[in-house]
Design a protein around this ligand. Structure first.
Ligand code: CP
Ligand code: NVA
Length: 330
């Protein structure tokens, strides 16, 4: 019997396969209830703090809607509107918020910050994205994959692009825990770090999954069930890296040609936001400077696979609700 009450949710490295599958089942159940207008407000009277040191659309809205559905109150602390880090240490912030709230979400920079928050809060702390990991996103992605294929273990998931950051790291962790075959496809200097890879190799040996790194797009895409990517420059990275990333990662853009080399049943996933057209300020600036109209994925692929991408986005809310319900003991 899985019991996650009182647990932090900082990275899926801390969770067993059974615990991750339990959260996915709970999320599916909560999603079904939401669709049928069955209330789940079992956490009435509790409150959660939502700290965002980086901007967000999906993660913030997911935490707010999920908390409200569970009957809880929320306080949103935006990237500039609190004392955190500037005038007050993480350790002191943790002790203050831990005395007022039943749970704390944190989105920000280094993983060590969310870990310090967790060490001193005395209440569950949930990672809403750090430079290293994005674990709530992984639950949404796995729920979407499970809805699509009816299973997880044995599927081939291919990540194309900068594989050293939160999204690729987290895919490698979740795939190796759950027995999926993970492939990172990028120039070698963008492969995940050796320490995390070694750790995930151990998980994969146990789950029956596998980890492959390749620079060869055709080899990666062959027989893929899921192709995914992420922005080439993540939040918090300096503007100076754009030029090099565009140069290095353009051959790893997800195009229709890539999708055609995957299985016919393959889906495309993107955590969003995505640069697939000129509908964004940054997209237009990059277009002016470098003459390109899309980046990590073409508009053609994005629109052709919009159903899975936006269901993945919706699933953020159901899976985040599952994490809060399970760790707060609803
Ligand atoms: N995918 C994701 O985390 O989106 P936001 O940055 O909008 O929260
Ligand atoms: N790698 C991206 C993910 C955004 C959800 C970033 O950190 O900006």
């Amino acid at each position: 019997m899985v019991d996650l009450r009182g647990r932090h949710f900082l990275t899926l490295k801390d969770y067993t396969k059974e615990e991750i599958l339990y959260l996915l089942d709970l999320a599916a159940e909560l999603k079904e209830k939401k669709k049928n207008h069955i209330p789940v407000d079992t956490l009435k009277g509790r409150n959660v703090a939502l700290i965002f040191e980086k901007t967000s659309t999906r993660t913030r809205c997911s935490f707010e809607v999920a908390a409200h559905d569970l009957g809880m109150g929320t306080t949103y602390l935006d990237p500039s509107g609190s004392q955190i880090g500037k005038k007050e240490s993480i350790k002191d912030t943790a002790r203050v918020l831990g005395s007022m709230y039943e749970g704390i979400e944190y989105r920000g920079y280094g993983q060590e910050i969310v870990e310090e928050l967790a060490a001193y809060a005395g209440v569950p702390v949930w990672n809403g994205l750090t430079n290293e990991y994005h674990p709530t996103q992984m639950l949404a992605d796995m729920l979407t994959v499970k809805e699509e294929f009816g299973k997880l273990a044995g599927l081939k998931l291919v990540y194309m692009g900068d594989a050293r950051y939160n999204m690729a790291n987290s895919y490698m962790v979740v795939c190796s825990k759950l027995g999926l075959h993970f492939t990172a496809c990028a120039p070698a200097k963008y492969f995940p770090n050796a320490e995390l890879t070694a750790q995930c190799q151990v998980y994969a040996a146990e789950s029956g999954g596998s980890i492959t790194f390749t620079e060869d797009v055709a080899e990666a895409a062959k027989d893929a069930d899921i192709i995914c990517t992420d922005v080439w420059v993540s939040m918090g990275e300096p503007d100076e890296v754009w030029e090099e990333r565009i140069h290095d990662l353009t051959p790893y853009k997800v195009t229709m040609d890539v999708m055609k080399q995957a299985k016919e049943s393959a889906i495309f996933l993107h955590c969003l936001p995505s640069f697939h057209d000129l509908g964004t300020v940054i997209g237009r600036q990059i277009h002016e400077k470098y003459g390109i109209s899309d980046m990590e994925v073409t508009d053609e692929v994005f629109e052709a696979y919009a159903e899975s991408v936006f269901r993945e986005a919706e699933n953020r809310m159901h899976t985040i609700k599952a994490v809060m319900a399970a760790t707060l003991g609803a």
